[in-house]
Design a protein around this ligand. Structure first.
Ligand code: GRF
Length: 356
């Protein structure tokens, strides 16, 4: 820790003696000062006005964790000290490792001890109050700044985080669309994050793609060996897991099972699918092969909302891809997928923007 941001106890004690000799006062306050906010600033400015020098004693990281919980401190002790020292009305910072400030108060013996906000002279921690009374230290309780507290600030920050739209991608295969979507998200082009990848096929490529992008992934049990189906229990479990992960939009990318209630109802209008044909032509399986067999001159993809039918919901976007003479299903699929990978992230971004 750079020396200049934290003073040793000895330095503060000698400073106190110098001040006393000059008839000046040292003011001490303490706290975690974990997330600095304007309530702190106003209170510290007021505290500084109680004497000539203001020192802030801050808890070390371990005691903040013990006092405030496992997610704290948000800022480490070095950063907290640096921020406080940058304030013009703070003259210095000392760090104490105990939960309570009693020993630091006892060592420094400030002329004034000030505490802010939600304390009263009577509600000071007994241990600290006993030291202050024994040493005859003047206690000043400063007023609470309404609505400007650490808990209010953390509440606002948690709302900011919650506003990030969350996407779950379902797939049974290679996962090239999922990869394109996760790539777009990682470049900030999705307007949301891919929070979950789900597959019914434990060996599917889509799960490795999720790992490559560091996205949580789960394998679901369809509950049946019946091709293309999910049992009620499985659908319910999927719904519960998505809700627990606060998913806003479900994106199907090569998911080979039919969705229905209770999942459909819970995410009505918020499930997208991509199908390799110009719907309503060739819904269902073997769409690419059927277009070639029929001698069509064009195929393509369709992105649509999912309803209770097979590839039957409202169409959001379609694009034609020509079928070349002698085209094989593999070559045509490659060319269709190349355009899918561009279009799907764009349509997802549009849908997420509508949810905002
Ligand atoms: C996509 O090409 C899509 O048209 C169809 O399934 C394919 C999935 O491929 N629904 P991938 O798993 O995204 O590579």
């Amino acid at each position: 820790m750079p020396e200049r941001f934290v003073s040793s106890l000895n330095e503060v004690v000698s400073l106190r003696e110098r001040l006393e000799a000059e008839g000046k006062k040292l003011v001490l306050t303490n706290g975690a000062f974990d997330v600095l906010h304007v309530g702190h600033l106003r209170y510290l400015r007021e505290a500084a006005a109680l004497g000539e020098v203001l020192f802030v004693a801050i808890n070390g990281d371990k005691s903040v964790r013990e006092l405030k919980g496992p997610g704290r401190p948000v800022n480490c002790v070095e950063d907290r000290a640096e921020m406080l020292c940058a304030l013009e009305f703070v003259d210095g910072v000392v760090v104490f490792e105990e939960r309570r400030a009693s020993s630091v108060i006892e060592a420094i013996r400030p002329h004034v001890y000030s505490k802010g906000g939600d304390y009263t002279a009577d509600s000071l921690i007994d241990e600290e109050k006993a030291v202050l009374d024994r040493l005859g230290i003047e206690i000043k309780i400063l007023s609470l700044v309404a609505g400007k507290s650490t808990s209010e600030t953390l509440k606002c920050l948690s709302k900011v985080e919650d506003s990030t739209k969350k996407v779950a991608i379902f797939g049974s295969g290679k996962g090239s669309n999922a990869a394109a979507i996760m790539e777009a998200a990682s470049r900030g082009k999705l307007g949301g994050e891919v929070a979950l990848v789900m597959s019914d096929v434990p060996s599917s490529g889509i799960l490795s793609e999720a790992d490559r992008y560091g996205v949580p992934r789960i394998v679901i049990d369809p509950g049946t060996t019946r091709v293309g189906h999910l049992t009620d229990a499985s659908l319910k479990e999927i719904r519960d897991r998505l809700q627990a992960a606060s998913i806003d939009l479900i994106v199907l990318a090569g998911f080979m099972r039919i969705l229905r209630d209770p999942l459909l109802g819970a995410f009505g209008g918020r499930i997208l699918n991509i199908h390799p044909s110009l719907l309503p032509k060739y819904s269902g399986l073997r769409a690419i092969e059927r277009a070639i067999e029929a001698g069509d001159h064009a195929s393509g993809y369709t992105i649509h909302l999912v309803d209770g039918g097979v590839d039957s919901g409202e169409i959001l976007k379609q694009e034609e891809v020509p079928i070349l003479s002698g085209d094989s299903p593999e070559h045509l699929q490659q060319r269709i997928q190349a355009v899918e990978h561009v279009a799907y992230p764009e349509v997802i971004a549009e849908q997420l923007a509508k949810l905002a």
